[in-house]
Design a protein around this ligand. Sequence first.
Ligand code: ADP
Ligand code: MG
Length: 719
Amino acid sequence: MPRIRQQNVLAAQWAPDGPTIGTRDLTVRDNQVFGQNVFSPAIQRQRLPKDVYKKLTQTLARGEALDTSLADAVALALKEWALEKGATHYTHVFQPLTGLTAEKHDSFYGPTDEGTSLASFSGKELIQAEPDASSFPTGGVRATFEARGYTAWDPTSPAFILENPNGALLCIPTAFVSWTGEALDTKIPLLRSMDALSKSAINALKLFGKDQVHRIFTTVGPEQEYFLIDEQYFYERPDLVTTGRTLFGAKPPKGHELDDHYFGSIPERVLAYMLDVEQELAKLGIPIKTRHNEVAPSQYEIAPIFENSNVGADHQQLTMQIMQNVARQYGLIALLHEKPFAGVNGSGKHNNWSMGTDDGENLLEPGDTPGENWQFLFFATAVIKAVNKHQGLLRATVASPGQDHRLGANEAPPAIISIFLGDELQKVFDAIEKGRAPKASSQPDLGLGTPVLPPLPKHGGDRNRTSPFAFTGNKFEFRALGSNQSLGLPNTVLNTIVAEAIDELAKELAPALKKRGAELEEVLPPILQKAYSENKQIVFNGDNYSEKWHKEAAKRGLKNLAATPDALPELVSKQTISLFTKYDVLNDRELHSRYEVFAEQYSTKLNIEAETTADIAKTLLLPAAVRHLGLLLSAELPQLASEVRELIDEFTFAITKLEEANDAENYPKSDDILDEAKYIHETVIPAMDGVREVGDKLEQVVADDLWPLPKYSEILFIK
Ligand code: ADP
Ligand code: MG
């Protein structure tokens, strides 16, 4: 059946009272849903023996080691709670290096001697499981024949229930580790890095007279961008189904030029979807706060309130899963690819990051008392120092094929890492650098009443949407994450590099403070002055999208790692290995395994894209073009026919070239996995682009009813 506009009419036919919304009435206020499906501290208090609850809470609040003898008591309470909620199965959920979430379901029920069944769940089953892990990527840490891998209960991330129309599932967040003890996931290194930072920051705080802090948590609040499209179009596009992005598609006559979408009113079906997503996330204790339209047509954003990095990262994985599941109920597909549509803004994720004490003090809050200000400046300087030293590594944490389309494409920060401080904070650092007391701000209410103290703003000046790493009032915002990325690695790296910088600054400060009569206000400024001067090349407050900045950054010697194969070696540089082993976050083998897994994923994903491109070109687009040519010839329109014939010739030529480039025979024969990634980057991607270029021209000449793929103008604008 040829494609005609009929499909658009179907896609547009969603109605709020139609069957798609299901039976749920979201207008009924139900105050009880938040945390309803979480084995939260409140539920634990109700259901656990007192002493067990107390010990568990200490583990949560202070990151102390868990007494495993508690496991049986916790397992029993957990089982009873889950069964009451209708759970039939449980699973250890974990986050292998694919960046996705993995789960294997086990039934609570086992047969008895009497031919009935009984629900059981022991402490042992809570603490540890052994999934058949041979198919998860390990990057050479294990061969498949020695595939033992274990999942281990993470008591610091609460268990929860996932509902399904046919029964509920108890999910237990776990870490995934090899038989030899290497981390095979994103959670273990994140937890280790949180420990490292906590130790460093607790030490440093003592220099500021705070010795009652037991634990410092890093915090994360992700802002997630995504597209929502009608599922009809999705299933009509093999490229979206297979690769998550469109491999063909001419630019629509209308893009985001009119700026009529950004923060615009949200279409009814989309809003209904968002409400439902928020409801589902609320049940899981995920505190969603913000939703709005984004810049591109059919693009939106969702953001939760920040949480500690481990829980925040788990919740982010869950958020992406729920967003995709709920979409199906509304006849929609949530696209999390970084660049689903060429020529249209892509989707990223902002990683808001800070550090907070167990009694609730945010270490990146400028504050308004003198001591707190110097303390804030100490930690802010540590971040600047860390980001400058490890700029390449940070860049590597956000590298992926999808990101290669987005970073630097005039819609997202460039691949050059730099820091935006904002006017007010910049003035403070300028003054510190010159060894002067920062001048009182023009806003007198922000002054601190004494000339030696920096006047710090509550909100660090204007925004700069173009910066990859910005100070935004009381946190730093790492803005270069890809939209379907796990938060694990970027936060692991942030925590570890900042831990190192804090230690280095503290090492200078501690002896200086020991001198007789030394005052913090006197000895700290020169230390910050030196650190800032050495690292200020990373600071840039201007337009990161401009050509001028690229030149300036090159002059400053900042790294510009444009594509994934350029960035990945940073994961295994000498500097990285020495830092991560020193802080016991990732050892040499664990770093190399990540490097190899990411390089392999890059190659595999692009290889699939290349094959899909060739396949669509040959079996869908070329036949359409040939049919169109036949029409022109039979209508005796030789001029038009010869134009189309020319395009067809170009197209077949480009397809042949792509198939040649993507032929395994022509891939480099090398032991270094990066060589393959480089070859793909340099040879296969240009060949794909070549096919697409002609394909998109054909889209604009072939009869609309013959063209087999829905067009951007339909996918992006019919809601
Ligand atoms: P903005 O719009 O300026 O980025 P928001 O207040 O909307 O600021 O915050 C955006 C994200 O930053 C939210 O997810 C929020 O929870 C998170 N955030 C706020 N404070 C912190 C913090 N201390 N640590 C981590 N994330 C934070
Ligand atoms: Mg923000």
